[in-house]
Design a protein around this ligand. Structure first.
Ligand SMILES: C[S@@+](CC[C@H](N)C(=O)[O-])C[C@H]1O[C@@H](n2cnc3c(N)ncnc32)[C@H](O)[C@@H]1O
Length: 318
């Protein structure tokens, strides 16, 4: 399932229409391979040679072609996350705009140790473009990482809300003394996208494998993986490395959130249920309960979250 080939040709030859559940990929940035690694202030002896760049003048056409293939191979309802710097972001957005793919979120990934500059602000973020293919309901595992009821004990607020904000602060991994790709994505970042947008057994594809980081994390989380890498050096090295990855081996490291107590949360509300909720609220108030206590109790009784109960009460008073 991993091919040493240009991703456009590779997708055409090896991936049928509507065959992939999730694409996570990080295309070459088109900013000159020789300067890319200088951004990272690290010992270059451990960085693999052979990173293949795309010349700037070819970037728009190249981007159109691979994104067209990505759209074709995604299943209806399949998701795609594209990681991009800002230099060529416009070409990626333009290419996405020519497809039927729908934008879900434009995520900012803030990382540590940005490119040091003294006469301007220090660049320390990437863009992650999260799109879905229309035609089916996308996988989005809202409570895969944090239950709705979990509170942030140090800063306050809901952990689930905070984890699903569209600015992600995740550190890069420097792995001193270990062989790495020039621009390797952190396991934590990949885990987050894979947990939210796929289920075990799903097929996850990376058009630009690099260090095979997407594939390694996908297999570690018991998904299937496939993809393409044009550099023979990276491909040959990583084809040996990936053999060490244990399917499902990362699952035991995942945090297991408590079960979601609002079991009816995504079910549509009927008029009958709304009126039962209002009567119950009135009875609890008459019994001397505060509004907060009544909502907490009704959350358990009706399996509905506090915001939806608040909305029902607010609409009655509107
Ligand atoms: C930004 S890196 C990917 C990094 C990867 N996500 C990781 O975590 O290691 C882009 C990779 O795409 C490869 N590449 C460049 N042009 C390609 C093409 N046309 N088809 C497939 N791979 C290509 C480069 O050699 C490089 O390894």
């Amino acid at each position: 399932m991993f091919y040493h080939i240009d991703c456009i040709e590779g997708a055409r030859n090896h991936l049928p229409d509507a065959s992939v559940d999730l694409i996570i990929t990080d295309p070459p940035y088109g900013i000159g391979g020789d300067t890319l690694h200088k951004h990272y202030n690290r010992n270059e002896d451990f960085v693999l040679d052979g990173y293949i760049e795309v010349p700037m003048e070819e970037y728009p056409a190249f981007t159109n072609d691979w994104i067209k293939e990505a759209e074709r191979v995604l299943k209806p309802g399949g998701s795609m996350y594209i990681v991009s710097g800002y230099t060529n972001l416009v070409h990626i957005l333009n290419a996405l705009g020519k497809t039927r793919l729908k934008e879900v979120n434009h995520i900012i990934w803030k990382f540590n140790f940005g490119v040091y500059t003294s006469k301007k602000f220090i660049s320390s973020h990437y863009h992650i473009l999260y799109y879905v293919k229309p035609g089916n309901t996308p996988v989005f595992n809202t409570f895969a990482r944090y239950a709705d009821t979990e509170k942030n004990e140090t800063e306050g607020g809901s952990l689930n809300y905070q984890d699903r904000e569209d600015v992600w602060q995740i550190n890069k991994e420097f792995k001193p003394g270990k062989i790495k790709n020039k621009n390797e994505l952190p396991t934590q970042l990949l885990t987050k996208m894979i947990q939210y947008s796929s289920n075990e057994g799903d097929l996850v594809c990376d058009f630009f494998l690099g260090s095979f980081s997407t594939a390694k994390v996908a297999i570690g989380l018991n998904r299937r993986a496939c993809g393409f890498e044009k550099s023979a050096i990276a491909y040959n090295y990583q084809m040996q490395e990936i053999k060490q990855v244990v399917p499902g081996g990362l699952l035991e490291q995942l945090r297991v959130p408590p079960a979601n107590i609002y079991v009816n949360q995504s079910k549509p509300l009927t008029e009958e249920e709304k009126s039962t909720i209002l009567s119950r609220f009135d009875a609890l108030k008459a019994d001397g309960k505060t509004k907060k206590a009544a909502i907490e109790l009704m959350g358990l009784e009706f399996g509905r979250g506090p915001w939806s109960l608040e909305r029902i009460l607010k609409n009655r008073n509107a």
